[in-house]
Design a protein around this ligand. Structure first.
Ligand SMILES: Cc1ncc(COP(=O)(O)O)c(C=O)c1O
Length: 337
């Protein structure tokens, strides 16, 4: 295999195998690996007709010791089970989820990027409803698929800041809608806001859909603000519970910070010394500016990532790459040496 790891972008590279398991007559089949990347799917499948689809995203890292570490896969399995319940789908049992990730890793072991390249093996677990149905309603048959793909570092150069634009014209998710579930519809409906922002080299901040007053989250990441010695992150029924945010909150507490999850008014950005988006893709994406075009206000945090977020960023990456002790049992080590 001939992959130039250093020039690998942050996008899909075809793996050799994907892993699949079907659910029929109330039972999951054993996961199996296949080279076939196409599905033979009925045109009336509930995933196509009614958006019965949920997904996940997690990574395996080649550590400094040559060992491969899969980060917090059980949390992704639990979150996917919640997404499945949210869309009336059969949840994938945790053990089956783990088995499928392991099989996808074993069958694509040459796709795990070497240590030092910043590249990782990303897994995209996907759950879809496959029962043909034209009357509105959920399916009874499902397909669980794990798609692995090596991806390049989010920051190919140095850790840097991004400008975020406040969006008020597209609501990502309603207060009691599908926001806390990782389902395709949330993303499709946000493209109207995210694509114009991305075209300007920026990202978006979504506000709560009811009042447009509080920060909800970013397009594919939670929000973090640093105010004095406090780590602030939004409390909202419409946002995805980020596993990265949960990890960073734990590390922040260990660093002696006060961690607060509460409603955060947009104007509070003015009192914060640092702000960022956080998620599996980038770990932390610091904000240099948040631009509220409608109100004509710009919140500035400086052009370089701030000291608190930089420390948290390094602390989490050190655990993922085996450079620091994993006191919380977040990584599962796969010893291939
Ligand atoms: C909407 C949304 N919020 C937050 C996150 C961050 O979650 P995690 O840290 O588990 O990747 C993601 C990415 O998965 C996301 O798509």
């Amino acid at each position: 295999m001939n992959i130039d790891w250093s020039s690998l972008g942050f996008h899909y590279t075809e793996p050799e195998y994907i892993v699949r398991a079907g659910y029929h007559d109330g039972k999951w089949e054993e996961p199996y690996a296949t080279k076939d990347k196409y599905l033979h799917l009925h045109v009336s499948a509930t995933c196509l007709q009614y958006g019965q689809e949920a997904f996940e995203g997690l990574k395996a890292f080649r550590g400094i010791d040559g060992k491969i570490r899969i980060f917090r896969w059980r949390d992704n399995a639990r979150r996917m089970a919640k997404s499945a319940e949210g869309l009336f789908m059969a949840p994938v049992p945790e053990e089956l989820f783990g088995k499928a990730i392991r099989l996808a890793l074993d069958k694509n072991i040459d796709f795990v990027p070497p240590y030092g390249t910043g590249a990782t093996l990303y897994f995209r677990p996907l759950l879809i409803g496959t029962t043909p149905r034209l009357g509105v309603g959920p399916g009874r048959d499902f397909e669980f698929i794990v798609i692995p793909s090596p991806i390049g570092p989010y920051y190919p150069g140095k850790f840097h800041c991004t400008t975020f634009i406040v969006n008020r014209y597209v609501d990502r998710a309603a207060p009691y809608g599908t926001g806390p579930f990782k389902v395709g519809g949330n993303y499709a409906s946000s493209f109207r806001a995210t694509e114009p922002a991305h075209a300007m080299g920026c990202d978006c901040i979504f506000l709560d859909a009811k009042y447009h007053r509080y920060i909800d989250e970013c397009s594919a990441a939670n929000f973090i603000g640093i105010k004095g010695n406090e780590y602030l992150t939004p409390r909202s029924s419409a946002i995805l519970p980020s596993i990265t945010n949960d990890s960073l909150m734990t590390l922040a507490k260990e660093m002696g910070m006060k961690v607060t999850r509460r409603h955060i008014r947009l104007e509070e950005l003015a009192d914060m010394s640092e702000a960022a988006a956080c998620g599996t893709a980038a770990v932390i994406s610091p904000m240099n500016k948040v631009v509220d075009t409608e109100k004509g206000v710009t919140y500035s945090f400086g052009d370089e990532p701030g000291p608190v977020l930089s420390t948290l960023y390094r602390a989490l990456k050190d655990i993922q790459y085996g450079r620091a002790e994993d006191k919380h049992g977040w990584t599962e080590i796969i010893d291939m040496t």
